[in-house]
Design a protein around this ligand. Structure first.
Ligand SMILES: Cc1cc2nc3c(=O)[nH]c(=O)nc-3n(C[C@H](O)[C@H](O)[C@H](O)COP(=O)(O)OP(=O)(O)OC[C@H]3O[C@@H](n4cnc5c(N)ncnc54)[C@H](O)[C@@H]3O)c2cc1C
Length: 336
């Protein structure tokens, strides 16, 4: 049985892993946490929960700058399970009392974060798009509110840890450097009866899990496209430009686009060289997902649409009149 050493870090970051590989958002959060912690005289721990694949992952986390890597290793932690993960992390957090606990706003991080917050009777700022540390060392979580028109800075003055989930891609990956941190294995007291369901099999959804985040050209359609039939023109423009298709929330709700194509606060955060938004009003919930795009073109028939305030090139008009000719011209030019 491992004897718990004292964990010294004030900020803990959940190092999400899938099938023995670290998920980028855990590293992005580690980088941001280091940026906040070190000027304040704090340390940062990555928290790794799993079984048997840990050594290489610990070394990777140390090379990305973690001051400590807390390792909870147990056969019952091999696959993600909200009950066992929340039990172990809840116990560790109570024991070591970190001031801040951060997770990716992934399916796993969102599920685990909510469970842990309830267990620890603390607050959780979900789907944040920024993190700051106040002069009083309170975590300020930046979240779009009131229909996306206001950016709220939220903090919990009375409870600890202050918890937040952050979308993948919001922060940059940290630079790798010489590892100076240490690994802290911790005791794991788990029994089969702590888990009331069994994971029989884990199947990875085939396809382009992170393709949108890596795409250089994105053509996104919004509610203004109006129908599944007309959605084809968004697909056609994307195919003519060898780009990928993105969407706002309404086309996903309507079934014209898939969930993993939604860009924004509760969707993907993208960094394309070119983003073309068609029939999109420019609500903050969507725009936060494209704020790192190099060049933004908007097509909207309403000259007052908010997206025109944030784009590099705006085209006022009906997409049905603009897109067919544009697609034809692009195809002709690219063929030559
Ligand atoms: C907590 C929360 C989280 C959210 N997260 C997200 C998120 O991650 N991503 C996201 O996208 N949304 C998100 N939303 C929803 C978001 O607030 C907006 O409702 C949504 O982004 C609006 O989508 P839209 O611009 O496609 O639609 P609308 O706002 O309805 O805009 C449609 C636009 O199309 C234009 N138009 C209409 N017909 C044409 C035409 N023929 N030619 C050209 N232009 C035309 C109109 O002028 C209009 O500007 C979230 C909402 C909440 C409350």
């Amino acid at each position: 049985m491992a004897v718990n050493q004292r964990v010294k870090s004030e900020i803990w970051v959940f190092a999400e892993q899938r099938q023995g590989e670290l998920v980028d958002v855990g590293l992005e959060l580690l980088g941001k946490a280091l940026e906040l912690a070190h000027p304040a005289g704090w340390k940062v721990a990555s928290v790794l929960v799993g079984h048997a694949s840990e050594k290489a992952l610990c070394e990777q986390l140390l090379s990305f700058g973690a001051d400590e890597v807390i390792v909870a290793d147990h056969p019952l932690l091999r696959s993600y399970c909200s009950q066992s993960y929340a039990k172990i992390l809840g116990k560790l957090i109570r024991e070591y009392d970190p001031k801040v606990f951060l997770l990716g706003a992934t399916a796993m991080g969102s599920d685990l974060g909510a469970r842990l917050a309830v267990r620890l009777r603390t607050g959780l700022s979900a789907h944040c798009i920024g993190l700051e540390l106040s002069p009083e060392k309170k975590l300020l979580a930046v979240v779009p509110g009131w229909g996306g028109n206001v950016l709220a800075r939220i903090y919990s003055p009375h409870t600890q840890p202050q918890m937040a989930t952050v979308m993948p891609g919001v922060f940059n990956m940290p630079q790798e450097k010489e590892a100076t941190g240490r690994i802290v294995p911790v005791d794991v007291d788990l029994n089969p009866e702590d888990v009331t369901y069994k994971i029989l099999e884990v199947k990875r959804e085939a396809g382009q899990e992170h393709a949108l985040e890596k795409a250089e050209v994105i053509i996104a359609g919004g509610w203004g496209i109006g129908s599944r039939e007309d959605w084809q023109s968004v697909e056609d423009l994307a195919s003519a430009l060898h780009g990928m298709v993105g969407a706002t929330r309404p086309p996903v709700d309507e079934g014209w686009a898939k969930e993993n194509q939604m860009i924004g606060q509760s969707g993907r955060t993208v960094h394309p060289k070119l983003y073309i938004g068609i029939g999109i009003s420019g609500e903050m919930h969507h725009m936060v997902g494209i704020q790192n795009a190099d060049f933004i073109i908007a097509v909207n028939r309403d000259p007052e649409a908010d997206i025109f305030k944030m784009c590099d090139l705006g085209v006022v008009g009906d997409f049905k009149e603009i897109l067919p000719g544009l697609i034809e011209e692009i195809r002709e030019k690219l063929q030559k």
